[in-house]
Design a protein around this ligand. Structure first.
Ligand code: FRU
Length: 484
């Protein structure tokens, strides 16, 4: 720990100790910052039986800043420990932010790879060109024996090591091990404004060799952030968060997107990518990251938010001194139709109390619910409407084969988003104080959105559904400050 680390940790501690009441929108079972700003989940892993959830954290105000890696850990997603930040921008090579990255656990401990962000100052009075010349994106490695203390950062790649046709924007290393070798994906912006992912390999985690560039046939945006690669059974996926894709009908309506390509062949040599598929159809979902836990589950957590620039909707929590949170952890599976599905991890059951089951015959009103999950098995296809806390409406139009999520005032500018679906036989809704996650057909399609319903609008109304219903109140997760 150098002098900068000490000062930065102290500053963060002070900001956290001075944080006021976080107000009525504090989530009950989602992870949010103690104070200030949160964005991407980072370094997701299970290490010695404990899941570690790091995140981009800027504690001093409610905007993106010189980010730390904030740190939660948990054995069960219900009892959570909150730790002091794991990484701060305490070195010359990461002095403007410890940006996103990943963790790889092996016999040497927890190995973190992240991007050290450095902005160069330009000539007096002139803006620096942060795209082509004025920025360093260093890939930094740091090992931790205990998953709590991180000392000895080493720069393993710098701008001059990246392909010549890249801008200064090369970041967000995702590292994994395969057949005794290490692989790293980096997200990149080419200097002709095409997004791509760069693949490197290494024998020892320190010396990295360029292997391949992965990009789509047709340009998908100018920059790919937060790349990830994973396999589920025989299926291979390249996951990216592209910037710069234009809206196209019901698709790509958020400022930035997140989704995946199915990979045929090998990303190490000859590959082809499928069409790009968005993970989420809602308003607030970005920069997801996945990892495999000791049960063999592929778990995904995303930023339950989007960068604020140009976003046509808002988050009133800013007036309470904090903004954004993470999605509830989801397990990824591939169903019998070959569709990649997302569904809340089974530990959600430990938050349930007062569970009820019933049959719905056209109409149901469930009063008084505020934080809850509901699962509806639909017996007969028809148009339907589900009103959640009055102002949030999920509607299915059979003739148009269109499912639409819409908000009134509680959306704070969020209006409506739609997705085409041939049929809907299952709806699962996870509702927290200021968020909703809706899983259709066991996660074939998902809507994730923040919303800010009035305190006195509770419950849900289900219209025109015949089927089975199961719902529960959900209790808050327990967050304990870890001893220093
Ligand atoms: C994605 C992102 C990453 C970057 C990080 C900085 O939201 O822009 O590309 O590493 O956030 O906070």
């Amino acid at each position: 720990m150098n002098q900068n680390t000490k000062a930065l940790l102290k500053a963060c501690e002070l900001a956290e100790s001075r944080a006021g009441n976080k107000g009525e929108w504090v989530p009950s079972f989602h992870l949010a910052p103690v104070t200030g700003w949160m964005n991407d989940p980072n370094g997701l892993c299970e290490f010695n039986g404990v899941h570690h959830i790091f995140f981009q954290y800027s504690p001093f105000d409610t905007s993106h800043g010189m980010n730390y890696w904030g740190h939660f850990s948990t054995k069960n997603f219900v009892d959570i420990k909150y730790h002091k930040p794991a990484l701060c921008s305490d070195e010359q090579f990461d002095c403007h932010g410890v940006y996103s990255g990943s963790a790889l656990c092996d016999e040497t401990g927890m190995n973190i790879f992240y991007t050290g962000n450095v902005l160069q100052s330009g000539e007096k009075g002139k803006e620096y060109d942060y795209l082509n010349t004025g920025r360093e994106h260093n890939t930094v490695f740091v090992n931790s024996k205990d998953g709590l203390t991180f000392d000895g950062k080493t720069v393993v790649l710098k701008n001059s090591d990246y392909p010549k046709n890249c801008t200064c924007h090369v970041r967000d290393p995702k590292v994994w091990k395969e057949n005794g070798k290490y692989y790293m994906l980096l997200g990149a912006r080419r200097n002709d404004d095409v997004g791509e992912a760069l693949l490197y390999s290494s024998e020892n985690k320190l010396d990295w060799e360029y292997l391949n560039t992965i990009t789509s046939n047709e340009k998908m945006g100018y920059m790919w952030e937060c790349p990830d690669y994973f396999e589920i059974g025989e299926n291979k996926y390249l996951s990216v968060s592209p910037q710069g894709i234009d809206a196209d009908g019901y698709k790509y309506n958020n400022t930035y997107q997140s989704g995946y390509f199915k990979v045929t062949g090998s990303i190490k040599s000859n590959y082809s990518l499928s069409e790009f598929v968005e993970y989420d159809c809602g308003f607030d979902f970005y920069a997801p990251q996945t990892y495999v836990d000791s049960k063999g589950r592929r778990i995904m957590i995303a930023w339950f938010g989007l960068p604020d620039d140009n976003k046509p909707y808002d988050d009133p929590t800013k007036k309470d001194g904090w903004v954004h949170m993470l999605t509830f952890p989801r397990e990824l599976t591939v169903n019998e139709k070959g569709i990649l599905c997302q569904y809340p991890v089974e530990e959600l059951k430990n938050l349930r109390y007062y569970t009820k089951k019933s049959i719905i015959d056209g109409y149901a009103k469930l009063s008084g619910l505020t934080e809850f999950d509901v699962k509806i098995d639909i017996a007969k296809q028809s148009d339907f409407t589900i009103r959640i806390r009055k102002d949030c409406i999920l509607n299915y139009d059979m003739a148009k084969k269109l499912c639409t999520l819409s908000f009134g005032k509680s959306g704070e500018g969020r209006t409506s988003r739609s997705v085409e679906m041939e049929e809907i036989h299952e709806v699962c809704i996870l509702c927290d104080t200021s968020s909703i996650e809706i899983f259709l057909n066991h996660g074939e399609k998902v809507f994730s959105s923040r919303f800010y319903p009035d305190k006195d609008t509770t419950g849900i109304i289900i219209e025109n559904i015949n089927g089975n219903l199961k719902y529960s109140n959900l209790r808050p997760i327990r967050i304990l400050k870890a001893e220093v």
